[in-house]
Design a binder for this molecule. Structure first.
Ligand code: IFM
Length: 457
């Protein structure tokens, strides 16, 4: 009889789950919270496919204690959540809202009491609307104000919270918010995109300094980046060119400044960049000012990798690269499912950037879950997705990549931005009418993985 081999993870491997404020909290106008760009965006007809918004979301703002109990039931070692800037500083700057700080204070204490390590993220897309009214991320002042916000939250929680994430997916903030317009603030402006990219990265550097200074003790600070390995659609040399372009456009544009202290040449030599620099120069405000890249590239303690899918691309003149949809592959409600991409990505990152601590800060899949007649939520497709990706993390570890943890996106079903509530990513099912929670089969399965610190191959 052959025995199935056990795949075990390193002793202190960090098994976690992640969420974000706007996607789960609700309580959008309670206890002094100010409006964010997502509150505004969702109210513009046609922006969110279903016309929904995060006003009440999963009602985590009121049910956080129940949610911490669920995390404890799953056995999570770490929980990644985001802090709503608008709860802390309702207009983005100036007056601090004590009730907002108290909310995260209580949450952190409850997590610590259950032995769950908090991983707060300072920014997950929900910019205070008053800052948007002053130009948003394309305005350099926003970067400075983000540093001030980090100092406020760092001073309040920095005595107990050891691990911090400055930004979630800076590329998404800059590109989906300012180039494709799919996300708030819904702009379609290449110049705003380039300026937003630089200022979001700069704000990461300011926040890193501010957190460390405010806590007055060593902290572990990183950022969570959406990264996607690219593959050619064919063996044509031009498709290889498309791969290079896509990799620069999605990955290196963020990775290089953070980890190498410079923007990739293929980006800075583009017409948009040069035109923007000239335009800004005329107004005597350089986009990249002295020392900016030093601030951006200050060493991080870990680098978060959010992985969902890969990009398979074909060369097209002018646009350089066009994403294709490989036949005979498997697809979720949103993307191609390609677990080996996570291994390829982690090994490539380690080889090229050599950081000593990589963390899979998000990985997960939307499934059209329903509550079955027996009261359970049976989601074998999610279990298969998570299992196959966790196995790729193990492969990367075996190949020598220092990966310290894995966070499932997401703990709870939540508001999936432009798709509204129509994409369920949670380990926990949320009935959005009653806000009732049900632990899915995947949540029970993940609990077992955590207990075993591994799984059977
Ligand atoms: O829901 C999002 C999350 O806000 C950021 N990363 C990707 C997830 C799935 O689309």
């Amino acid at each position: 009889m052959t025995e199935t081999a056990w795949i075990r993870f390193p002793k202190d491997f960090l098994w976690g789950a992640a969420t974000s404020a706007y996607q789960i909290e609700g309580g959008w106008n309670e206890d002094g919270r100010g409006p964010s760009i997502w509150d505004h965006f969702c109210r513009q007809p046609g922006r969110v496919q279903t016309g929904e918004n995060g006003d009440s979301a999963a009602d985590h703002y009121h049910r956080w204690a129940e949610d911490v109990d669920l995390m404890s039931q799953i056995g999570l070692k770490a929980y990644r959540f985001s802090v709503a800037w608008t709860r802390i500083l309702p207009t983005g700057a100036g007056a601090v809202n004590k009730a907002g700080l108290d909310f995260y204070d209580r949450l952190v204490d409850a997590l610590l009491e259950k032995g769950i390590t908090p991983y707060p993220t300072l920014f997950h897309y929900d910019l205070p609307q008053p800052l948007q009214d002053r130009g948003g991320w394309p305005n350099r002042d926003t970067a400075k104000l983000f540093g001030d916000y980090a100092a406020v939250i760092g001073a309040r929680l920095g005595d107990r919270v050891d691990h911090w994430i400055t930004h979630n997916e800076p590329w998404v903030t800059a590109f989906l918010g300012h180039l494709t317009g799919e996300h708030a603030p819904g702009q379609r402006n290449p110049f705003a995109t380039v300026a937003a990219t630089h200022h979001v990265l700069l704000s990461h550097g300011y926040a890193l300094q501010a957190l460390r200074a405010a806590a007055k003790r060593p902290l572990q600070v990183g950022a969570a980046l959406n990264l996607s390995p690219s593959y050619p659609a064919s063996s044509a040399p031009t498709d290889q060119k498309a791969v290079q372009f896509t990799d620069g456009f999605i990955n290196r544009i963020i990775l290089d400044p953070l980890l190498k202290g410079r923007y990739p040449e293929d980006f800075t030599s583009s017409w948009v960049w040069r035109w923007l620099e000239r335009g800004l120069g005329r107004r005597s405000r350089q986009l990249i000012q002295a020392d900016d890249l030093k601030v951006i590239a200050a060493p991080m303690d870990f680098v978060g990798v959010n992985y969902y899918t890969r990009a398979v691309v074909r060369y097209l003149p002018v646009v350089q690269s066009m994403q294709t949809r490989p036949k005979d592959s498997e697809y979720s409600q949103m993307w191609e499912i390609y677990p080996p991409g996570l291994y390829d990505l982690l090994t490539r990152l380690h080889k090229e950037y050599g950081h000593a601590n990589w963390l899979v800060s998000e990985n997960g899949v939307p499934v059209p879950d329903v509550v079955a007649a027996d009261g359970g939520v049976h989601d074998p497709d999610r279990i298969r997705y998570l299992r196959n990706h966790i196995l790729q993390v193990q492969r990367a570890l075996a190949a020598g990549v220092p990966v310290s943890g894995y966070f499932v996106w997401s703990l709870l079903d939540n508001f999936e931005w432009v798709y509204g509530y129509g994409r369920r990513f949670g380990l926990v099912y949320v009935d959005f009418a009653t806000k009732q929670r049900t632990l899915k089969d995947s949540g029970k399965w993940y609990a077992q993985v955590i207990r075993d610190n591994g799984l059977q191959a």
